[in-house]
Design a protein around this ligand. Structure first.
Ligand SMILES: C=C1C[C@]23C[C@@]1(O)CC[C@H]2[C@@]12CC[C@H](O)[C@@](C)(C(=O)O1)[C@H]2[C@@H]3C(=O)O
Ligand SMILES: O=C(O)CCC(=O)C(=O)O
Ligand SMILES: [Fe+2]
Length: 324
């Protein structure tokens, strides 16, 4: 098994400092610079003052709570996850599992309207649609700031891909029931992996569980903050930036005291989109590291592998051939 990267920052520094917290209301050039550094050094950061209306978040959270606490029959109606839909414990198609139940939806309004199998479908559907729209805007803003920070003249080169009507972005709600067992802190909710898409925006209630892999197999917990979005670089953004940004492995652990719910937006391009390093990020010192591929090809590879496998290596250029 080949695995994806841990965070390049050492465990001590990560424990001491925690993740970078970026205030989106600060000066644009400063924010862009901080974000680029965070994506290079941590692959993860938090954003605050992101402008997403509290009520939009609260409505989504209420709907999520209502769905997961609802009758098994309503949840079964939304399943089984193939891969979209409701799933319990089983993750993906290749034998992965964890102490989690979830709802996976395409982030596209028509799909959401058709797949709203909650107890109050139209209320659920409008809460999800509003939430996704608001979070997608933040994701686009971040991708444009990153392009600016990387001095890429086409500032929309990345944001355009997830703004497109045909974007294959996904919305996921994970519900981790409180695990009353004596040593539940060792129980895995969602196993280690990197996210395949471009950019992930995660929000959770105030309960801990998310952890990031740093060097030497150490896992560092992310302090929960319901007012922030936790943002991470996905595999495609690592490829677009020619390896300058890192798609870092993370996982979610069970919690012995409280129930945890996370709501995650995975910004992805349309299926037919070509993924290849952005030309401005290729140079003789940093030759092209990935061969061109489509998101459809990448997704197929992801779904044929286990959760913890690295798929980006399959699309990497042979650097020995390049240097000879
Ligand atoms: C085991 C798997 C679940 C997953 C598809 C995969 O084959 C490998 C990647 C997994 C992942 C991780 C990030 C997201 O939660 C997710 C929706 C995605 O796009 O890739 C999941 C997939 C899933 O749960 O279906
Ligand atoms: O629920 C979480 O905190 C993390 C889950 C995750 O990483 C994912 O669904 O890709
Ligand atoms: Fe993830």
């Amino acid at each position: 098994m080949v695995v994806a990267s841990p965070c390049p920052i050492g465990s001590e520094r990560m424990r001491r400092m925690g993740l970078p917290v970026i205030d989106l209301s600060r000066k644009r050039t400063h924010v862009a610079e901080l974000m680029v550094r965070a994506c290079e050094e941590y692959g993860f950061f938090k954003v605050i003052n992101h402008g997403v209306n509290r009520e939009v978040i609260a409505r989504m959270e209420d709907e999520g709570r209502d769905f997961f606490s609802g009758p098994a029959s309503a949840k079964q109606r939304a399943g089984p996850a193939n891969p979209m839909g409701y799933g319990c414990r089983s993750i993906g198609f290749n034998g992965d599992s964890g102490e989690v139940e979830y709802l996976l939806l395409h982030a596209n309004p028509t799909y959401i309207a058709q797949r709203s199998k909650a107890r109050h479908p139209s209320r659920f559907c409008s809460a999800v649609t509003e939430y996704i729209e608001a979070v997608r805007e933040v994701a686009c803003q971040i991708l444009e700031l990153l392009a600016e920070g990387l001095k890429i003249p086409d500032r929309e080169v990345l944001s355009r891909l997830i703004r497109e009507g045909e974007s294959d972005s996904v919305f996921r709600m994970n519900h981790y029931p409180c695990c009353k067992e004596r040593d539940a802190s060792h129980r895995v909710g969602f196993g280690e992996h990197s996210d395949p898409q471009i950019l992930t925006l995660l929000r959770s209630n105030g309960v801990a569980g998310l952890q990031i892999s740093v060097e030497d197999g150490v896992w560092v917990p992310v302090t929960p903050d319901p007012d922030a979005f936790c943002v991470n670089v996905g595999d495609l953004l690592q490829a677009f930036t020619n390896g300058r940004f890192v798609s870092v492995r993370h996982r979610a652990m069970a919690n012995s005291f409280d129930t945890r719910m996370s709501m995650i937006y995975f910004g992805a391009p349309p299926l037919h989109a070509q993924i290849k390093p952005i030309p401005e990020l290729i140079s003789p010192q940093n030759p092209c590291r990935y061969r061109p591929f489509t998101w459809a090809e990448y997704k197929k590879a992801a779904y044929s592998l286990r959760l913890g496998d690295s798929r980006l290596d399959l699309f990497a250029m042979d650097m020995n051939v390049l240097s000879s």
